[in-house]
Design a protein around this ligand. Structure first.
Ligand SMILES: C[C@H](O)[C@H](O)[C@H]1CNC2=NC(N)=NC(=O)C2=N1
Length: 105
């Protein structure tokens, strides 16, 4: 997996393959707030995402209250976004889809 910091055209292309993620250009990160039906579903999502994160050796910055999980992804080693962030974002999308109900942003 490449660890080069991505430039804006590549970021826009990869962002287009995701749903509901926001680019913070200044911070060099992407964010999404996942909302579930309850804490168990939110935590199921976090558990599955954590396993993906370990597999990729790429870890999210996130904040959970009850059924809401706010996620921010960037590559601190590269000082911005890399393909790893988008790989993890896709894995998190899959993990969210596997929970019974994802209420959206
Ligand atoms: C030493 C260790 O492999 C690195 O610090 C990894 C771990 N997980 C990571 N996670 C994220 N999000 N960014 C990184 O740069 C990163 N680096």
């Amino acid at each position: 997996m490449k660890m080069e910091k991505l430039e804006r055209p590549a970021i826009n292309q990869l962002l287009g393959e995701l749903t509901g993620w926001t680019l913070d250009d200044a911070a060099g990160s992407i964010s999404k707030t996942f909302k579930f039906a309850n804490f168990v579903e939110a935590f199921g999502f976090m558990t599955e995402s954590a396993l993906a994160a370990e597999k990729f050796n790429h870890h999210p910055e996130w904040f959970n209250v009850y059924s809401r999980v706010e996620v921010k992804l960037n590559t601190h080693d590269a000082g911005g976004l890399t393909e790893l962030d988008f790989k993890l974002a896709k894995a998190m999308e899959k993990a969210a889809a596997r929970e019974a109900i994802e209420l959206g942003d």
